[in-house]
Design a protein around this ligand. Structure first.
Ligand code: GAL
Ligand code: CA
Length: 320
């Protein structure tokens, strides 16, 4: 059996890990090849056509443009009611996902996309480290790097980060906010400018994902911050989301303060098991432990988890 699988872009760190997790989980069940949609919907449409022409029993994609979901669904229907599983980018128009009995999605938990957990880490740090309030004004001088504005998770991550911090009674003084497009180099450019403008006035940098947190880190390190972790003479706590393997050593050294694990491995396993179930006429979540299908979204959601220095092993084991 073939699982036709694709990610929206191989330049996206987190999506590449889900791709690997899908490949690993397919072992002995499906033949697969993770296509790179190159962030271009027409490229991805062609890839799905080819998967179906080659006789894929099921299709699993992180779609380039969420508004193209109906087109991909139609292709799968036309190919003989082939199941399609969307992952990573939530199809928030539930009418679309409900328009086809063989369409499902696998994502992470909750409409806050992990940002409340990220905010809680900032709150804990603020409470445990009075020196975080560098200017002693009782407010948190924050800079925020947002994901791609066209992406379902970007704005909610930004909003929930701030509202959770404020609900905990910490006032935010937002020095700067802009999109880093999920991308390390773009985030570095923005942070370079903010560090040169605000320098040590910045009390915290939060990024919508780890790729951008890594960009922020190279910007602050170039300006002499964070190089000795929390012992650095100038320090800006930085937080990301995903808990990618490439950030874990930076959390260990204290150069980055925390991240939120988005469990690519479990997502990959869930996608493949679901594909197997759907191709053999079973219930979508048959044999998948501890998860439920959220009916109206037809979604299985894998939980996010906070990652700091104290529980790095959890994130490490996810990527073994
Ligand atoms: C998010 C993830 C980001 C990026 C984005 C792309 O869930 O945290 O790093 O991969 O998906 O769709
Ligand atoms: Ca302050």
């Amino acid at each position: 059996m073939i699982l036709g699988a694709g990610i929206y872009s191989a330049s996206d760190n987190f999506n590449s890990y889900i791709g690997k997790a899908i490949t690993n989980a397919c072992d002995g069940i499906f033949k697969t090849n993770i296509e790179d949609g190159q962030n271009d919907q027409s490229t991805q449409n062609n890839q799905v056509d080819t998967m179906l022409a080659k006789g894929a029993s099921a299709v699993a994609v992180s779609v380039c443009d969420v508004t193209a979901a109906p087109t991909l669904i139609q292709k799968c229907k036309d190919a003989g009611n082939v199941p399609i599983i969307f992952f990573n980018k939530e199809i928030t128009d539930y009418d679309v996902i409900n328009s086809y009995e063989n369409a499902y999605q696998v994502t992470s938990t909750g409409g806050d996309y992990g940002a409340s957990i990220q905010a809680q880490m900032v709150i804990d740090y603020w409470k445990e480290h009075p020196e975080m309030d560098k200017n002693g004004d009782g407010k948190l001088q924050l800079v925020y790097l947002m994901g791609d504005p066209g992406h379902t998770a970007s704005q909610p991550r930004c909003d929930y980060l701030k509202s959770t911090i404020e609900d905990a009674g910490i006032e935010i003084d937002l020095l700067a906010e802009d999109t880093g497009m999920w991308v390390t180099a773009t985030a570095k450019e923005k942070m370079d400018a903010w560090v040169s403008k605000y320098g040590d006035e910045i009390e915290c940098c939060v990024a919508g994902n780890d790729a951008m947190a890594l960009g922020a880190l190279s910007a602050v390190e170039a300006a002499g911050f964070n190089t000795d972790g929390e012992e650095s003479s100038k320090y800006i706590p930085i937080y990301g989301i995903d808990a990618l393997p490439e950030i874990l050593s930076k959390i260990e050294s204290g150069e980055i303060t925390g991240s939120v694990l988005q469990d690519a491995k479990t997502q990959g396993q869930t996608i493949v098991k679901m594909a197997e179930n759907l191709t053999s006429g079973k219930d979508a979540v048959d044999g998948i432990e501890g998860v439920e299908v959220e009916e109206e979204a037809k979604a299985v959601r894998v939980p996010y988890q906070a990652i700091t220095k104290d529980n790095l092993d959890l994130a490490k084991s996810t990527y073994e």
